[in-house]
Design a protein around this ligand. Sequence first.
Ligand SMILES: [Zn+2]
Length: 207
Amino acid sequence: MPSGRLPVVNPWRFETNQATVQIKVGTYYSQVWTRAINAWNSKKVFTFKIVKGPAQITILPAQSNEASLIKQNFVGVAYVNHDNTKRITSVQLHLVNSLLKSNGYTTSQRVNVAEHELGHAMGLAHNPSKQSVMYKTTRYVSIQPIDVKNAKDLYSIPASQYFINLPATTSTTANKDVIANGAGDRLFKSPFETRSVQALVDPSTIY
Ligand SMILES: [Zn+2]
């Protein structure tokens, strides 16, 4: 990371500014995610295409990992698999219902968290500004013009210039989003953790 400047995009993205999405959650959360997808699609910088079968992005309930997510106060998580050519190969997204519920998130606030996770899915990183849906403890803010600009910038680079020509190996990065409590944006845990599937969280990569 360049010193003195926080990245607003991660060094990975999809081939083009579109990806397929399979939603495998119940009726209520399907509506939450669909609202978030429609919000992004209306900005016309990235298109999430909902499909019935297997897709590049899969939206699932938190399952075997739920207990650890709750313990760390993570209301949402994006597991972004990417290879060393900088291509995103697959993404899994979760919202953690029990925490959203116990902390009184409204449906619109849950949509904001879903918009944030979808931002990670397309390659956006955390934005230090609270006036961004990619702020680390997003709850009250939806997609902002700066988020649209960052997504546009990320995908404006031609694929031939953006990607690295290497034999592909895959790793996983987890963007885990901490809860914002009712009183404001108090931070419970370090909000952004990068890890590969080969290693545990490296504290030096938290930012
Ligand atoms: Zn995040």
